[in-house]
Design a protein around this ligand. Structure first.
Ligand code: DP6
Length: 359
């Protein structure tokens, strides 16, 4: 499909008002998206586990208006929020050619997260996907009845224009984004992973250790830009393709040891790219490294299949198979919470994607 396939050509312009509500989860990348071209096109393919508990719930109330400017208010956890407006304004500008009704209505956007706001967890994936899904439901309210497949594709397409990783949150449990030779996918939207998935990866656990809840010094958007002219960019993008091909086979065979190698290498490579950018920067904290070392010791001593991944921050995602849940949680509580800010961590696991909330 191309951009053209996502343009809404005609709609019922007599609808005065309505409201829609969606809940959409966060996701954690196994192969990392880091580097993008214009229009949110990724430089390399990525694949992620969709999560279950870390979600954004967004309700949009729309009311017909007379003028042709964008008009919206944002409420975050019940309070009017001005800080989110510029990002949503940019999002509307990027998607308006696909949704010509955006200037016809005033939108009241009410949003909240199931995870604490100041947890250092990026809410852009769940937030932008929840908003994109709400806008798709409005499109349906305006008289268009979409097949699920098209609905999900366009929701993911729009979410990508809000934040790249958000396009991987619409469905679950594994979603690929970015053209590649090994799996069915697209640069324009995320696609549910079509390969075989061994039962070892069912209900995979992700415990997020909140090492640093503060604002990041360098945003992902700035980090992505630093991949332009990066000395290792070409090799990194090629590596993501070959890691995805390997991971596809690993997901089918259930080889947990091989899974660990790819996933941890991807996490460290992501941070290596940051450390070798110009300007260079470090998002890991000393407690991030303490956790990694403790986790490696635990794995060696217990012949465990626990591993870690990182997103663009200091928090550590501890990934492990469902049958190790009790043992790993005990280990986390006993040995790792001391490295977490205020001892905080969040228990999550793989999920099936976003849900519409009817009320
Ligand atoms: C490190 O999706 O937050 O989490 O497209 O600029 O909004 P923008 O960036 P974003 O980048 C996420 C990068 C990552 C890796 C990943 O999720 O694949």
């Amino acid at each position: 499909m191309t951009n053209q396939d996502f343009i809404l050509r005609s709609y019922n312009s007599n609808i005065e008002n309505g409201h829609v509500k969606w809940s959409s989860p966060s996701n954690i990348a196994l192969i990392k998206y880091w580097g993008k071209r214009e229009h949110q096109i990724p430089e390399n393919p990525s694949i992620s586990f969709t999560l279950s508990n870390c979600k954004t719930i967004t309700e949009v109330t729309y009311t017909k208006k007379g003028d042709k400017d964008f008009s919206f208010d944002v409420y975050f956890e019940g309070e009017k929020n001005e800080a989110f407006k510029p990002k949503i304004q940019t999002f509307f500008e990027r998607i308006e050619s696909y949704m010509p009704f955006l200037r016809d209505y005033h939108f009241k956007i009410e949003t909240s997260n199931t995870f604490p706001h100041s947890s250092g967890i990026a809410s852009s994936a769940s937030g932008m996907s929840a908003l994109a899904l709400c806008l798709m439901s409005i499109e349906e309210d305006l008289g268009i009845d979409y097949a699920d497949d098209y609905f999900n594709k366009k929701a993911s397409f729009l979410a990508r224009l809000g934040s790249g990783s958000a396009c991987r949150s619409v469905e679950g449990e594994l979603v690929v984004w970015g053209q590649n030779e090994s799996t069915e996918s697209s640069d324009l939207y995320g696609v549910k992973f079509q390969g075989d998935v061994h039962s070892n990866f069912k209900n995979y656990q992700d415990t997020i250790l909140l090492v640093d809840k503060g604002e990041k010094q360098v945003s992902s958007t700035v980090g992505h830009k630093l991949m332009f002219g990066h000395p290792f960019a070409k090799e990194r993008f090629a590596q993501a393709h070959s890691n995805l091909a390997k991971l596809k086979d690993i997901l089918a065979s259930g080889d947990l040891k091989a899974f660990i190698k790819i996933v941890e290498s991807e996490a460290l490579t992501l941070h290596a790219m940051m450390m070798t950018s110009m300007p260079y920067f470090i998002l890991m904290k000393s407690n991030t490294l303490q956790i990694i070392n403790e986790l490696w010791n635990y794995r060696a001593e217990n012949d465990s299949n626990v591993c870690f991944t990182l997103d663009a921050g200091a928090n550590v995602h501890v990934l492990y198979p469902a049958d190790e849940k009790e043992a790993v949680l005990n280990f986390i509580k006993k040995e790792l919470t001391k490295y977490c800010q205020n001892g905080h961590y969040i228990c999550d696991y793989t999920g099936l994607g976003a849900n519409q909330i009817e009320d």
